[in-house]
Design a protein around this ligand. Structure first.
Ligand code: FUB
Length: 311
């Protein structure tokens, strides 16, 4: 093969901490964690939390016990995505047909750069990932939604949807099976706006007991009101009725808790929320770290507010 076909095996660094991992779960400034379970391993894919010009790669972290974490450095970077220059944000991982797809945002549309949501693919969860399409999957502003912070949702009928958005607007679109293009929604359109009340960014969705739970971050990402709220609907297309907040800062523990994902342990039917927050001692907005806490549902299907901890 060509030079480009040589797999760049990046060093894997083992980060061991004692007994409980404690929060943060690993060292370093990282944000927007997307968590997944592959076989007997937990994986977390975060944003490298730094200045936009320094956000040119993604690291991933894996663990068998949620305590000891291995760091997989540089699973994807701008050298493998020709349209991406910087501001690589908020990845979302999906396993499909023995492949691993990493959806991500790149470039900053605030400053007029051509940015958007891209897709990368690998044979293993730790990469190396390469660009799947050669261009962004979504690179225009539809319904006012900034093309960032995507989440990929597989419905019970096997159909895949991409939910995404920033700037206070959220869309849903159908993903074609090759993950290279968008299909049509049941209403015949490509995009449908599903913005719930209070939405800012960081969308996420689960289906539980035949209900669709939409979750998102609200407030300013560096401010005290940054938090996660949720809504419930009977369909992935809404309408979503805002129920309330799940996650907020706690001035005895940390500030700015938001942009989450969930882990469901099917064996014990227990739920974890994986999110970022800022230590009380930090003033730099990018000094965000990845934490995990327990999340509980009430018997009526509502979600209990999360208690953020250092455990
Ligand atoms: O980390 C970059 C951006 O900050 C994310 O895309 C937003 O959700 C916010 O967390």
């Amino acid at each position: 093969g060509s030079i480009g076909a040589i797999a760049q095996t990046k060093p894997t660094e083992s980060i061991s901490k004692s007994k409980t991992s404690g929060n943060p779960i690993f060292e370093g400034w990282y944000a927007d964690p997307d968590a997944a379970v592959f076989g007997n391993e937990y994986w977390v894919y975060p944003t490298y939390s730094a200045k936009y010009n320094e956000q040119v790669f993604f690291d991933a972290f894996s663990s068998k016990d949620l305590i000891h974490w291995d760091k997989h450095h540089d699973i994807l970077d701008t050298t493998n995505v020709k349209w991406a220059k910087r501001a690589m944000w908020a990845p979302a991982i999906v396993q499909k047909d023995k492949k691993y797809y990493l959806f991500f945002g790149a470039n900053d549309m605030h400053e007029g750069e051509q940015g958007g949501i891209g897709v990368a693919v690998a044979d293993k969860p730790g990469g190396p990932f390469k660009d799947h399409i050669g261009k962004p999957l979504i690179n225009t502003i539809v319904n006012g939604a900034q093309p960032i912070d995507q989440f990929v949702f597989k419905d019970v009928d096997g159909k895949y949807y991409i939910l995404y958005g920033g700037w206070g607007h959220a869309n849903i679109a159908r993903l074609n099976d090759d993950f290279k293009s968008l299909g049509k929604l049941p209403d015949g359109n490509t995009f449908k706006e599903i913005t719930p009340e209070g939405f800012v960014e960081g969308i996420y969705m689960i289906r539980k007991d035949s209900k669709y739970y939409l979750m998102w971050s609200e407030g300013g990402w560096t401010g005290p009101d940054y938090s996660v709220a949720y809504a419930i609907a009977d369909s992935p297309f809404g309408p979503f009725k805002r129920i309330g907040k799940i996650l907020q800062q706690d001035m005895a523990v940390a500030r700015g808790a938001g942009h989450h994902s969930l882990i469901h342990n099917a064996k014990s039917d227990s739920w974890y929320i994986v999110y970022h927050r800022r230590p009380l001692t930090e003033t730099d907005g990018n000094h965000r770290e990845v934490c995990i806490d327990k999340l509980y549902f009430n018997a009526d299907g509502s979600i209990k507010p999360v208690k953020i901890t250092r455990e």
